[in-house]
Design a protein. Structure first.
Length: 246
């Protein structure tokens, strides 16, 4: 392909895959001379959702907004988002806004949200809302397109796909350890994992660290007594229970 001047090769790798490649050593890494790291912050992810919604002409007409104007202004994007979605999914003064809820529920153990899961959540929420209409439920209040229940009910499908088609598919050797957590508490210690996995604490600690690298666990606590917390994105897939294992 060198002779084709209008065709270039670009390789896109997630951080965890890149770490796996260079982990045992990669002598030819110096040959990679042009790189770009793609980062998705909260504003970028909100912009992504708004772009998806604003691409629908009928929605823009319904709310009286102009697509180009909204996409040029961050404040207008947030305002438009809350015309479509409720302020909160779980109501309360200490609870996050709906966009905060979406980002936290689709983040893995690295505390990062991939656009794929966020878009999937939006699509599932749409299907859930349509299902509610078909079942005779009333329309959301205040001219919203989505109610809290539809958004909340969308998460299990996203969790299942992320767990089965991404995590287990990419790390099949770890699947038995993951499946053994089905129905268990969302916070585990090395001792509780050793008991659950029927192995010594050294083996349990090593396996837990591997699951941290995959983003299944978020490591918390101190260096001497770490805890391993399962993010929301994986909980429904394994029917896990909120709380700490004894």
């Amino acid at each position: 392909m060198i002779g084709l001047s209008h065709i270039k090769v670009k390789i896109f790798l997630r951080d965890d895959i890149w770490r796996k490649i260079v982990g045992p050593g990669f002598r030819e890494a110096s040959h990679i001379t042009r790189t770009l790291t793609l980062n998705w912050d909260n504003q970028s992810l909100l912009n992504l959702l708004v772009r998806r919604i604003a691409s629908n002409v009928h929605i823009c007409d319904f709310y009286g907004v102009v697509q180009d104007e909204v996409l040029k202004n961050a404040a207008l994007q947030e305002a438009f988002f809350f015309k479509v979605f409720p302020k909160q999914v779980d109501v309360g003064p200490s609870k996050p806004s709906t966009i905060g809820w979406m980002l936290s529920r689709t983040a893995d153990g690295t505390k990062r949200t991939a656009p794929r899961e966020l878009v999937h959540l939006l699509l599932e929420a749409r299907d859930e809302q349509l299902k509610r209409f078909q079942n005779g439920n009333s329309e959301p209040d205040d001219g919203l397109l989505f109610d809290k229940t539809a958004i909340r009910n969308a998460l299990p499908a996203v969790s299942k796909v992320r767990f089965e088609q991404t995590l287990c598919a990419e790390y099949p050797a770890l699947k038995p350890y993951l499946m053994s957590l089905e129905g268990e508490k969302t916070q585990q210690s090395i001792d509780s994992l050793a008991k659950l996995w029927k192995c010594g604490v050294v083996k349990a600690a090593d396996t837990a660290e591997k699951l941290v690298e995959t983003g299944f666990f978020e490591k918390r606590g101190s260096k001497d007594t770490p805890n391993f917390w399962v993010p929301f994105i994986y909980r429904d897939a394994l029917s896990m229970v909120q709380g700490a294992a004894e």
